[in-house]
Design a binder for this molecule. Sequence first.
Ligand SMILES: [Zn+2]
Length: 79
Amino acid sequence: MASGNELALYGFVSLVAVLFVLMTGPLGLVAIPFVLIVAGFAKMSAESDAESAGPVNCSGCGAPNEPGAEVCQYCDETL
Ligand SMILES: [Zn+2]
């Protein structure tokens, strides 16, 4: 389900794409899917990086802690 923000963004991107094609001609039509593919791969790579941010192991007791935690929830060691 696309949110209002996403719909507005898609509308804006479509408008820019149409203006781009009007200005550049057929070459622009070739460039757009190419740019979208590159952007898609960049986004996928960024998302897989976020997924790899798993639990942080405590240096004191070795227990897994929530990513972003500053202090171990088991022994209060600074992470
Ligand atoms: Zn600990």
